[in-house]
Design a protein around this ligand. Sequence first.
Ligand code: GLA
Length: 401
Amino acid sequence: MQEVRADRSEAVSMRPFFTEEFVHLHGPGDHEARSFLAPGRINLIGEHIDYNGGLVMPAAINLGIAAACRPRSDHLVRLHSSDDPLAVEIDLDRPIEPDPARGWGNYPAGVLHELLLQGVDLRGTDVLFTTTLPQGAGLSSSAAMGVLTAFSFLALAEAPTSDLKAIALLCQKAENQFVGVNCGIMDQFAVALGKEDCALLLNCESHDYHYVPVAMGAHACVIMNTSRQRRLADSKYNKRRAECNAVLRLLETDAPRNGLVHASWSDVLSHVSDPVLRRRAHHVISEQARVKRASRVLAAGDLAAFGRLLTESHASLRDDYEVTGSHLDAIVGAALQAPGCLGARMTGAGFGGCAIALVERAEISNFTASVRSAYLAATGLEPAFYVTHAADGVHETTGEG
Ligand code: GLA
């Protein structure tokens, strides 16, 4: 069983190894390297709500991707990753197109393409990425890679990096149009604008947000990785989006609305007869109400009530939205039986990946031991656990630590 108690210094303390590897891969250079860090994210509550125009509550976490970047004297971008042997080269003087052979490199390539479209005078750069985020686990490694690329290349171009909302929107556009994943805005926003010990309460229609303190005292948020990579995620994800749009079209015969979160259940009952579409709408409407209740109970410090909302959210995603799957259900079921657990739910798109649990700190070892044995017995898979806290969004780490 893997238990990580990462903190911000972790990515920084990778630096001696990181520097050696950088020089080994890229050779000595004329310029100083600068380093940057982008976190992953969990979503505390408000799942499959961002593309329905509602309120979500994600938090950046203390696991992430670091990049060491050293400007070059030409217009080549050379990307390496400590975690993937595939090296990527991009010529900034040529059009940048999506290319399946570029693998993970399409995420940074899409962002560079957008930055060039916006007229940013990008510099040729050697880059080495390294990560503490498990891949394909639903903790937004792709959003972290995109936001990290945008932030670091803007910084190297001496362009402003302070408009983090604009960076998040640019990266969402790159992921939608260049990579072809039809994601909402939540992940990029959390990765760009996360704040230590806070969640973001983000309105996905207006893009207004405020921070909600989530210092949990005697409790902690434990990420539970099912070790089941997300499967069919994109196709089912797009299918759910299409189902929500279908409900909206039926409702719009009556009154136009910006997003499904604004619908009332009685409107749905009178306009939508298909039982599957009704269940999808029921999740969206009830989940939005849970986000509002969650922000109130968190402000009042009522973690028991917050835990119950997490568990209700999982049930809705399982029964109404049908995006959990047997592995997430098994790990959440095991968590709810384990010592010290106040509530648990899947986080992210679903179909595998990670769940989160709110756990009494004093019980964390008993909790993880109990979940591990029940989950292993049910699925034959070894789960991983990360005791996490809310962390800052993307930033430069040169000179830190
Ligand atoms: C993925 C997407 C997000 C959001 C979640 C579900 O993480 O990238 O935009 O839709 O799924 O809440």
